[in-house]
Structure formats: structure tokens, C-alpha cells
Design a binder for this molecule. Structure first.
Ligand SMILES: NC(=O)c1ccc[n+]([C@@H]2O[C@H](COP(=O)([O-])OP(=O)(O)OC[C@H]3O[C@@H](n4cnc5c(N)ncnc54)[C@H](OP(=O)(O)O)[C@@H]3O)[C@@H](O)[C@H]2O)c1
Length: 252
């Protein structure tokens, strides 16, 4: 039922974790992917080989540098002459609590907003302008349960960045729906990736699992399947909505 044949999808942070699962799910559904990565070049190349080099173009850009975004978008469009769907998935989860030195706190706040929110916003801007010219397109932004529930105290900046992403997405859905541009949020709870494993190393996995009625941390594919469904256009009228993927650990 889900068919992405003929669709070109740009996935940020496609080298690892949830992004890599999204790349596999999109190509598995017949789509073509621009796989963006930051530092994990080997993993990006291996994944491109796995899904078939003809179906996947890899592009590097450091999303901590907003000025890199227009070039990334231009190169993504240049591959097939268009992008039909943007998936803002890349993100960072770096601890900095109120007891950290001010310099550390301030740097982590600013970096988290730059990577998780501002770079995503710049890409949304590029996408909206491109979609307008083409008569439509879709954006799927990977936020977090933290946007709604809040996060652990050392991650105020992360929760704020993801809440900003939700507001960004809703505004795009309302503002550009008349131009056939749709925008969705996917809000995962804990998902088994490097990001979550880092957290488990410091805080343990058992307390996290105890909060999840399904009794397990989600797998990257649980998120990727939802992203592919939204990217397919089958849920057009859900534009502006958030789909939670958290095993009922936060039902709202
Ligand atoms: N895992 C969870 O429990 C969880 C829960 C809720 C929401 N999320 C969200 O889901 C998304 C994916 O998370 P994940 O768990 O898959 O994370 P991950 O395993 O840590 O992977 C992060 C991805 O983002 C890319 N990235 C990070 N910083 C970058 C930068 N400065 N420039 C370019 N690329 C950058 C990485 O690329 P390189 O390795 O190539 O640099 C990598 O592909 C994130 O937005 C995250 O906030 C995750």
C-alpha cells in the first residue's frame, strides 16, 4: 500500500540510527534518497551500497553551520532535478544541567538550537520555496516526546529545541497548506540508537523501560515506518499533526 515510487526524499542524519532506518524504509518502498550525513562517511557509503547506489546519493554537511544548508539543498535538488519530501532527522542530545559552568551551559544550549532547530528551519525554508515552484511537497520533522512531556533536567535545551520544531512544523502546515505543502511531526520516545545507548550508559536502561507500557525501547524501524507513511502522501489531511511513537510512555 505504501508506494514511494517516483519520490525523491532528502533525509538528514541518514548515516546512523533512526535516519539509517528511514533510508532503508524509503528505498524499500520504491523511493529514492538523498542521504545526508555529518561525520559518519563510512557508514553513509556502506548504507548507500546496501540500498543500491543508483537509488541513493550521499551528501555531507555540518548542520552546526547554518550557512552550509543552502548548498546542501542545492546539491540535493541537482541530483534528480527535484526533492519531493524533506525529512529533518539529524539531531544531537548533549547533557548540560544547571550546575554546569555557565560557558558549558551556554555553548550546549546554542549548539543544540543550531543543529536541532535552526538548521531544520533553514531546510524547511528551502523546501517551502522549492515546493511552491513545483506545486507541492511534504516535510516530516523528527522531534521528540520531550517537546511535550519535557526531558530530564540536564536536557532543557534539547526539549526546547524539539518544542521549537513542533511550532515550526505547525506554522508551515497552516501557512502553506493552500499551496499543497504538508508538514508533519514524528515524536519518538526512547529509540535504540547510539543516542539512546549513550543515555543508558549514564542513567541505566531499566528506569526508562519501566515507564514504557509496551515494556521495551522502540527500534529505529518503528519510527521509520511512520515517517514513510507520512512521506507517501496517504495521510495528507493529517498535515500539522504529530504522531507519537513512544510505546504509550506519554499519552496526551
Ligand atoms: N534515539 C532516541 O531515543 C530519540 C528519541 C527521540 C527523538 N530522537 C530524535 O531522532 C533523531 C535521530 O536520532 P538518533 O537516535 O538516530 O541519533 P544518532 O544515532 O545519534 O544519529 C544522529 C544523526 O544525526 C547526524 N548529525 C548529528 N549532528 C550533526 C551535525 N552537526 N551535522 C550533520 N549531521 C549531524 C548524525 O550524522 P553523522 O554521524 O554522520 O555525523 C547521525 O546521522 C534526532 O533528531 C533525535 O533527536 C531520538
Amino acid at each position: 500500500m505504501i508506494d514511494l515510487n517516483g519520490k525523491v526524499v532528502l533525509v538528514t542524519g541518514g548515516s546512523r540510527g533512526i535516519g539509517a532506518a528511514i533510508v532503508r524504509a524509503i528505498t524499500g518502498a520504491g523511493g529514492e534518497v538523498v542521504l545526508h550525513y555529518g561525520r559518519s562517511r563510512d557508514r553513509a557509503e556502506a548504507l548507500a551500497d546496501e540500498v543500491g547506489a543508483g537509488r541513493c546519493r550521499i551528501l555531507a554537511a555540518d548542520l552546526d553551520d547554518g550557512a552550509a544548508v543552502p548548498g546542501l539543498w542545492r546539491e540535493a535538488v541537482a541530483w534528480k532535478g527535484r526533492v519531493d519530501v524533506l525529512v529533518n532527522n539529524a539531531g544531537i542530545y548533549v547533557a548540560a544541567g544547571v550546575d554546569a559552568d555557565f560557558d558549558v551551559w551556554a555553548e550546549v544550549w546554542a549548539r543544540t538550537l543550531r543543529v536541532n532547530l535552526v538548521a531544520a528551519a533553514h531546510l524547511c525554508r528551502e523546501a517551502v520555496r522549492h515546493f511552491r515552484e513545483r506545486g507541492g511537497g511534504a516535510i516530516v520533522n523528527v522531534a521528540s516526546r520531550a517537546a511535550f512531556r519535557g526531558d530530564a533536567p540536564d536536557y532543557t535545551h534539547y526539549a526546547a529545541s524539539k518544542a521549537g520544531m513542533v511550532a515550526l512544523t505547525r506554522t508551515i502546515a497552516r501557512g502553506f497548506g493552500a499551496e499543497n505543502i504538508t508538514a508533519f511531526v514524528v515524536a519518538p520516545g526512547f529509540v535504540r540508537t547510539d543516542m539512546a545507548e549513550d543515555y543508558f550508559r549514564d542513567h541505566g536502561e531499566a528506569p526508562v523501560v519501566r515507564e514504557i507500557p509496551l515494556g521495551e525501547v522502540a527500534e529505529p524501524e518503528d519510527v521509520a515506518n511512520v515517517v514513510v507513511f507520512l512521506a507517501s502522501g496517504l495521510a495528507r489531511h493529517a498535515t500539522g499533526a504529530t504522531i507519537d511513537v513512544n510505546g504509550a510512555s506519554y499519552v496526551r
